[in-house]
Design a binder for this molecule. Sequence first.
Ligand SMILES: *Cc1c(COP(=O)(O)O)cnc(C)c1O
Length: 416
Amino acid sequence: MAAPDILSMDSINVMATYGKRSIALVRGSGARVWDADGKEYLDLLTGLAVASLGHCHPRVVAAIREQAGQLAHVSNLYAVKPQAALAQLLVDHSFADRVFFCNSGAEANEAAIKLARKYAKKRAGVLSATAGELPAESGEMCEQGPYEIITMSGCFHGRTLATITATAQSKFHRGFAPLAPGFRYAPFNDLEAVKRAVSEKTAAVMVEPIQGEGGDNIATEEFLKGLRELTGKRGLTLILDEVQTGLGRTGRLFAYEHYGIEPDMMTLAKPLGGGLPLGAMLARQEVADAFEPGDHASTFGGNPVCCAAGLATLETILEESLVERAAELGGHLAKRLEALREKHALVKEVRARGLMAGIELDRPGKDIVARCADRGLLINCTAVTFIRFLPPLTVTREELDRGVEILDGALAEENG
Ligand SMILES: *Cc1c(COP(=O)(O)O)cnc(C)c1O
């Protein structure tokens, strides 16, 4: 099927939540993808930080094929080895003692929100032994105790009702009120403001170490360390959303390692399933113990095929030192982007940590991204004015250089 036919079938039948799409991709290998007409693109976006080993990594493809031919799904009534083994690997390499698997970043954050509330209520001693009467209206508060989660301006935690509410950006709320109760917002990187927002209602603080969708806003050391101290002192849980920063992207396996702190809970998704849908919520034992059998579940969560792909991905990241590679190549990419800032007046700032990097413009970046795609480079623009790279951890220096050169040309055209 030719690209125009796929695009017209797409635009007529798929709900228009993503805007009009202009490229129909059919095949990928490493950092390259091809459209239905055979045009090749350099993919330095990697499906929004998902295919962290590049497209169709042989080890991931083999793991998927093997597991699909053995057992694709049995539900969480039964144990399966890929899920147990991936949980073990995550526990071995992080602060966490326990893992809950789901299918996406939003679901991982939903699980974290539920666990934070239950843990806070358990600590406050307000949990009743029985479920009690169903109130007439869903919003009626039928339990006492802390429940509020403090989140940060410019954050992004997902698109479900609770996670858009957690997302402190009004553009994600418009048309969907009433939102879920129980969230309070504070400015990112403003420790004093978070301190002022804490009350007897507070259960947790949730934050991204780097706000990816917000335009790679990097948490200061003072802020994250301060949040760790504050939450510890006040008996609150610290939830880190590492859905985008996790698993090597920033040059450490988890971004919290840059700060010398450990959270109480962490959420993962994007690269976790090696291209298949997989999310996870990780917690310390004491926090995890607040979830009892029946409290939370997901039919597909921890699906054997997704976990087999995730296991192959994480093993490859660890065995091939791809975290160190991300740190090194990230340094190179940051330098090349810095040169673009010196050359083009419209580039105001470079924000980069490992292979999570980009440039802040003095204008919307949408047209520049479209021109890059015309020239065979896939990157994207977020928060209107931030053009970002999320290349695979396996990307080569030459591929990064070629990507920056294409962006350079697209920026030059904007100037002239
Ligand atoms: C993408 C993202 C999410 C949402 O993940 P989905 O899989 O789209 O639900 C949540 N948090 C962060 C930091 C993200 O980047």
